[in-house]
Ligand binder design. Structure first.
Ligand code: FRU
Length: 516
C-alpha cells in the first residue's frame, strides 16, 4: 500500500513540475523580446552589451554569428564572444558564450573559418572550425581557438598568441582570415593603427608578414575590423575585383564610426587600390553601420557575399535608451560589384532574399498614381505600422522634393524623415530623438547622400522597432540609422514639396517578428 502511495505521489510531483515548466516557458515566450525598442527581426543579444559581429562562418547548414559581448553589463566592458546560430540568418538561436577572457586578455574582434583539410592539425585529419581573434591584454596579439563539435565548444590553442603584440603598434587587431586559393595559403587582414597589414600562413598557426596598405581613403580615426573578398563584376566570373572593407573609429561620413571600402587587386601578397588614393567610398551613409564582416565558407552553389554590421556608433553606443540589452546587428545584406552608368565599379547592397519568409500581410499597394502636394498627406493617413518593408518607385517629370515621415505620432516629439531633395539630388534620413528620451548630443542629425541626377527614385526600406535601413537606387546607396520612437509612434506620412510626382509603384508589407 505504502508503495502505491509513493508511486502516486511521485507521479503528482512529476506532473506538477512539468506543468510549471510549461507555464514558465509559455509566459516567457509571450513576453520574450517585447521590451521597448527591442528589434523584432534583427539580431540582438538576450541580455547585456553587444558590439561587433565576429567569427561569421557557415558550416554544415548553420550560420554562426559570434559577437563582442559583455555578459556582465549593458555597457562595453570585458569582452567575450557571444554566440548565436541560425539556419536562415533570420531566426537566431542563442548559444552559450564561446570564448571568455583568459591570462592573455579579453577577447576582441576576429573571424572564423572552416579548416577543411586540417591544415592546423587540430582535427585528426578531419575538418573543423577555427576562430582567429585578438587577445587584448598586455598589448594586442592575435590568437586562435578551435571547435571539433560544430562550434558548440571551443578550446584555445595552447601556443597562443600566434602573432605576438608589437610594442610599436598600440592598435593591432581584428584579424579576418580566408583561404587564398591561387597562392594556396591562409591570408590574414589585420588593422594596425591607420593601416591594414597582411599576413600569410600554411596552417593558421605560423604567420608570416606579407605587406601593408594605408594612407588612402578616410583616415579620421583608427582603422578597425577589415575584411577582404573577391567578387565578380556585373556577375561575370571572368572579371573579378577585390574589395577591401575597412571601418574607421571616427570621422566617418555621418559622424563617429563608419565603414569604407576600396576596390582593387590582391595577388595573395599585396592589395593595390584601383582608384585615386584620396577617394573615399562609403559602404553606408547612415550613422549606424559599423564593424561590418562577411560570412566565411558560404558554399559555392550559393556564392553570395553576405555582410552583417553592428548597428550602432561609438559616439553614443553606450547611451542608447535600451535597458536589458544594448546593441544589435544590421539585417544581413548581399554585396555585389556593378558598373554604374558613369562607368564606375561600385558595391551594391540588398537585403538577403530570405527576408521573404517574414514578409506578412500587404498593408498598401499603389500603382501608377499621380499625387500632388495637397493630396500627399492623406495618402497614407490610415496606416498604423511599426515593422514593415516599404518599396517605392517615384518618377519626377518636374522638380519636387518628397519623402516619408516614419513611425510618426502626434504625441511624441521625436521624428524620423526619409526624404529626397531634388535641387541637391540628395537622399536623406533626418532623425530627432524625443526630448523625454534624450540620451546623446550626437544622435540628432541629417544623414545624406548625393545620388546623382535621377528622374526615378527607387527605395527599399526596412523598418523595425528601433532602426531604419534604406536601400536606394537598387542598392547603390544605403542609409542605416537607429531610431527610438515610442511604441505608439506607428503612423506613416507621405509629403511633397513642389510639383506633383508619379508613384509608379508603392508597396508596404508587414514584417513578422522572428523571436516569438
Ligand atoms: C570595433 C572594436 C574593435 C575591437 C572591438 C572591441 O568596434 O573597437 O576594433 O576589437 O571593438 O570590443
Amino acid at each position: 500500500m505504502k508503495k502505491i502511495y509513493s508511486i502516486i505521489g511521485l507521479c503528482i510531483l512529476i506532473i506538477g513540475v512539468s506543468l510549471s515548466i510549461l507555464f514558465i516557458n509559455t509566459a516567457k515566450s509571450k513576453s520574450y523580446y517585447t521590451e521597448d525598442y527591442r528589434p523584432q527581426y534583427h539580431f540582438t543579444p538576450e541580455e547585456n552589451w553587444m558590439n561587433d559581429p565576429n567569427g561569421m562562418v557557415y558550416y554544415k547548414g548553420e550560420y554562426h554569428l559570434f559577437y563582442q559581448h559583455n555578459p556582465h553589463d549593458n555597457k562595453w566592458g570585458p569582452m567575450y564572444w557571444g554566440h548565436a546560430v541560425s539556419k536562415d540568418m533570420i531566426s537566431w538561436e542563442h548559444f552559450p558564450i564561446a570564448l571568455e577572457p583568459d591570462d592573455l586578455g579579453t577577447i576582441f574582434s576576429g573571424s572564423a573559418v572552416v579548416d577543411w583539410n586540417d591544415t592546423s592539425g587540430f582535427f585528426d585529419g578531419d575538418e573543423g572550425l577555427v576562430a582567429i581573434f585578438t587577445h587584448n591584454g598586455d598589448g594586442q596579439k592575435q590568437s586562435i581557438a578551435y571547435s571539433k563539435d560544430k562550434g558548440r565548444t571551443w578550446k584555445t590553442y595552447e601556443g597562443n598568441p600566434v602573432i605576438p603584440s608589437d610594442p610599436e603598434i598600440k592598435d593591432f587587431r581584428d584579424p579576418k582570415v580566408f583561404w587564398h586559393e591561387k597562392t594556396n595559403k591562409w591570408v590574414m587582414v589585420l588593422a594596425a593603427g591607420k593601416k591594414i597589414m597582411f599576413y600569410g600562413s600554411p596552417n593558421l598557426i605560423d604567420w608570416e608578414y606579407l605587406s601593408e596598405f594605408g594612407n588612402e581613403g578616410a583616415l579620421g580615426g583608427v582603422w578597425e575590423c577589415p575584411d577582404l573578398f573577391e567578387l565578380p563584376v556585373d556577375g561575370d566570373p571572368n572579371n573579378t575585383k577585390w574589395v577591401l572593407e575597412v571601418d574607421i573609429g571616427d570621422g566617418a561620413i555621418a559622424g563617429g564610426s563608419g565603414a569604407q571600402y576600396f576596390i582593387g587587386e590582391f595577388d595573395g601578397t599585396t592589395f593595390v587600390n584601383d582608384s585615386d588614393p584620396k577617394n573615399v567610398n562609403w559602404l553606408d551613409y547612415g550613422a549606424d553601420f559599423y564593424a561590418a564582416q562577411s560570412f566565411s565558407d558560404i558554399p559555392e552553389s550559393d556564392n553570395r557575399r553576405i555582410m552583417i554590421a553592428w548597428m550602432s556608433n561609438w559616439l553614443y553606443a553606450n547611451q542608447v535608451p535600451t535597458e536589458n540589452w544594448r546593441g544589435g546587428a544590421s539585417f544581413p545584406r548581399v554585396m555585389e560589384l556593378k558598373t554604374t552608368i558613369d562607368n564606375q565599379i561600385k558595391l551594391f547592397q540588398r537585403p538577403i532574399d530570405e527576408i521573404q519568409s517574414i514578409v506578412g500581410e500587404e498593408i498598401l499597394k499603389i500603382e501608377n498614381k499621380v499625387i500632388s502636394s495637397s493630396d500627399a498627406s492623406n495618402l497614407l493617413s490610415e496606416i498604423e505600422a511599426d515593422l514593415y518593408l516599404l518599396n517605392v518607385e517615384i518618377e519626377l517629370d518636374k522638380p519636387a522634393d518628397f519623402g516619408f515621415k516614419i513611425r510618426k505620432s502626434s504625441e511624441n516629439d521625436g521624428e524620423t524623415t526619409l526624404g529626397y531633395t531634388h535641387s541637391k539630388n540628395e537622399l536623406f534620413v533626418k532623425r530627432i530623438q524625443a526630448k523625454v528620451d534624450y540620451f546623446s548630443p550626437y544622435f540628432n542629425g541629417r544623414h545624406f547622400v548625393d545620388i546623382g541626377e535621377a528622374s526615378t527614385i527607387k527605395l527599399n526600406v526596412l523598418v523595425d522597432k528601433s532602426s531604419i535601413e534604406v536601400f536606394a537606387q537598387d542598392g547603390e546607396f544605403v542609409i542605416t540609422d537607429l531610431i527610438f520612437p515610442s511604441d505608439n509612434d506607428r503612423g506613416l506620412e507621405f509629403f511633397i514639396e513642389g510639383n506633383e510626382v508619379l508613384i509608379r509603384h508603392l508597396e508596404i508589407h508587414e514584417l513578422k517578428t522572428t523571436w516569438r
